[in-house]
Design a protein around this ligand. Structure first.
Ligand SMILES: *Cc1c(COP(=O)(O)O)cnc(C)c1O
Length: 379
């Protein structure tokens, strides 16, 4: 089955009990048993719930993985992966990463003696020299948030596996429609389903997909023990959003290309970041590992916070807000929003300057989006 068909049908066969064509919302905390431990596969909804199972199956299938696990948020999914580690273990991470991942590392992993090396992932040599005898994991996020750097999943996986380290990829920005990290050699994929997968800015969710059964059982144990699971209703909304992922991603990308080209020509724009441009330093790797370049475009406006605020105030369609990946267009000031936890020096080093604006280009009509940007960029 092809991606578009799987998004609509995998895990979502008509309900056996009633024939309901759409997976029902099993809004129940518990399940009645005939005798002790004689049941239909479900006991208690922290452990498993049929609406969530449907989502788990569909996500696994879209990422070409064997096992899927849905979580209450992207960060809960990431945390569950980090529970594989033990004190003394070492992890190599990019300097560029989602601010919340950085905060988990600083507040909840380093204090428990898990060691991290922050490295430039555009340079394989710098990753290679970061390995120690305790390195257990290499964490990739590509394209990065918000400067859209591209890291080579295949090459980093080869290198990491030669050193017996696991490779995790945060695939939130590309979505499985444009990028399938497991097929590039990664061991574990993680998502904030809050973004493109759900796609309608109305839930918080996360997911993990992988093939290794031993690792799956460890992460499943963490999920059931710690309990950061999505509600049946949120699982259902995510399944509903997922059905249109393919058409949404194609339209996001089309609009993003046009927004990026428009911004490049605007005199009040200093620089545009979009991996679809041939001039983007990661363009060739993006072409190799992605089937499309995504729907996020970042740019530097001429000036700083004042000019950015003038721009945000004049926008009518784009909303100044956190998050991305919904059908509606959003604008974000990364330095003080998504990346406010980063120390200023590191933030500037990775390019999150005081004039950087991230756009999550939605699927409204492109003429309206360009007119909105044109009006807001006029001095
Ligand atoms: C939003 C985001 C997360 C965190 O997900 P939540 O659902 O907000 O917990 C992780 N990684 C990336 C790349 C994100 O954009």
């Amino acid at each position: 089955m092809k991606f578009e068909t799987k998004a609509i049908w995998v895990g979502q066969e008509a309900d056996e009990a009633t024939g309901a064509t759409i997976v029902p919302i099993y809004q129940t905390s518990t399940f009645s048993q005939e005798e002790v431990n004689k049941h239909k596969g479900y006991e208690y909804s922290r452990v498993a719930n049929p609406t969530r199972t449907a989502l788990d199956k569909c996500l696994a299938s879209l990422e070409e993985g064997q096992y899927g696990l849905s979580f209450a948020s992207g960060l809960a999914a990431e945390h569950a992966i980090f529970t594989i580690l033990r004190p003394g273990d070492h992890v190599i991470v990019p300097e560029d990463m989602y601010g919340g991942t950085y905060r988990i590392i600083k507040e909840f992993l380093e204090p428990f003696n898990i060691k991290f090396s922050f490295t430039d992932f555009t340079d394989l040599n710098s990753i290679s020299s970061a390995f120690t005898s305790s390195t257990k994991m290499v964490w990739i996020e590509t394209p990065t948030n918000p400067t859209l750097k591209i890291f080579d999943i295949e090459e980093i996986s080869k290198l990491s596996h030669s050193k017996n380290a696991l490779v995790v990829v945060d695939n939130t920005f590309a979505s499985p429609f444009f990028q399938k990290p497991l097929l590039c050699g990664a061991d574990i994929v993680v998502h904030s389903t809050t973004k493109y997968i759900n796609g309608h800015s109305d839930i918080i969710g996360g997911a993990v997909v992988l093939n290794n059964e031993v690792l799956y059982k460890k992460i499943l144990l963490a999920q059931k023990s710690i309990g950061a699971v999505p509600s049946p209703f949120d699982s259902w909304l995510t399944l509903r959003g997922l059905k249109t992922l393919a058409v949404r991603m194609q339209q996001h990308e089309k609009n993003a290309f046009m927004v990026a080209r428009f911004l490049e020509k605007n005199p009040n724009v200093e620089k545009v970041f979009f991996p679809g441009f041939e001039s983007h330093p990661g363009h060739d790797i993006a072409k190799k590992q992605m089937s499309g370049f995504g729907g996020v475009v970042s740019f530097r406006i001429k000036g700083g916070l004042k000019e950015a605020n003038d721009f945000f105030r004049k926008l009518k369609i784009f909303q100044l807000a956190d998050s991305l990946g919904g059908v509606e267009s959003l604008a974000n000031y990364s330095a003080l929003m998504t990346h406010d936890y980063f120390p200023e020096q590191l933030r500037k080093k990775i390019g999150v300057t005081d004039n950087l604006i991230r756009l999550s280009v939605g699927i409204e009509h492109i003429d309206d989006l360009l007119a909105d940007l044109q009006n807001a960029l006029n001095k």
